[in-house]
Design a protein around this ligand. Structure first.
Ligand code: 6PG
Length: 248
């Protein structure tokens, strides 16, 4: 699998998407060693996956003590704000398992600025990784969940923004989001997001069909610029898939 040529699977609906995503996550969780690093996505699409993983079937199977939870991006709002990506994952998933507090690596949003929050989070990522340089042979994450916005953004990497060109910083501040919610953001950069055994895009709903058509025709968008040192997988439900894509 090349770093940028995605493996695309079309599934019937949002429930099937969540189910297959859970199987991908669990495969990497079970395949990893003592410590697993899962980088969660924000937005609404992953909610069904988080609920599924918090449900009876997965809650018992998840080795909660071994998994460290990170975020690919965050809105600079309090964690109890309904727009918080951390708050959503905590409410839907992390509050439902015996997660050691030290395993939750939230992006700090009480910082004075997005740049300060980015610096703090980069420091935390470097400390967890144990080095200041990302080695393609030793990924930072086991799984990175990603979404795509209707404008083609992913994480908080928006079209036309300078952050797309960042190649040395692992985390950067985004003073003006390119799409709602229009609050400052903190986002991992492409190199940090790419440092993973698997990058897993989850795309659902008819509102994403147009942008998925652009993505699959390789239009230059943040979502098409994303790459992974490991496998790059797109899981798309039928409503979001361009015409003539067969369902798995
Ligand atoms: C964010 C997300 C963002 C999201 C896409 C898709 O903080 O907004 O990280 O990149 O994944 O905007 O969002 P939906 O899943 O809500 O369509």
């Amino acid at each position: 699998m090349s770093r940028t040529h995605p493996d695309l699977t079309v599934v019937a609906d949002a429930n099937a998407l969540a189910q297959l995503a859970a199987e991908h996550v669990m495969a990497h969780v079970n395949d990893a060693g003592d410590s697993v690093a899962v980088c969660l996505a924000g937005g609404s699409t992953p909610a069904r996956l988080y609920e599924l993983m918090a449900g009876e079937r997965y809650r018992r199977a998840i080795p909660w003590h071994r998994i460290h939870w990170f975020w690919g991006d965050e809105r600079l709002v309090p964690h109890d704000d309904p727009r918080s990506n951390f708050g959503a994952a905590r409410r839907l998933l992390l509050d439902h398992g015996p997660v050691p507090p030290g395993n939750i690596h939230a992006i700090p949003t009480s910082s004075a600025s997005a740049d300060e929050a980015a610096h703090l989070y980069e420091t935390e990522l470097r400390h967890f990784y144990g080095a200041d340089w990302l080695d393609p042979r030793r990924p930072l994450f086991d799984v990175v969940l990603m979404g795509v916005g209707p404008d083609g953004h992913t994480a908080s990497l928006f079209p036309g923004h300078a952050e797309l060109e960042e190649r040395s910083r692992w985390v950067v501040g985004v003073r003006e989001a390119g799409l709602a919610p229009f609050v400052p953001r903190v986002t991992l950069t492409f190199p940090a997001l790419a440092s993973t055994r698997e990058m897993l895009f989850l795309v659902s709903g008819h509102s994403k069909q147009e942008i998925m058509t652009s993505v699959l025709s390789k239009t230059d968008l943040p979502a098409t610029r994303a790459y992974a040192e490991g496998t790059l997988v797109w899981l798309v439900d039928r409503d979001a898939a361009p015409e003539q894509r067969d369902v798995a």
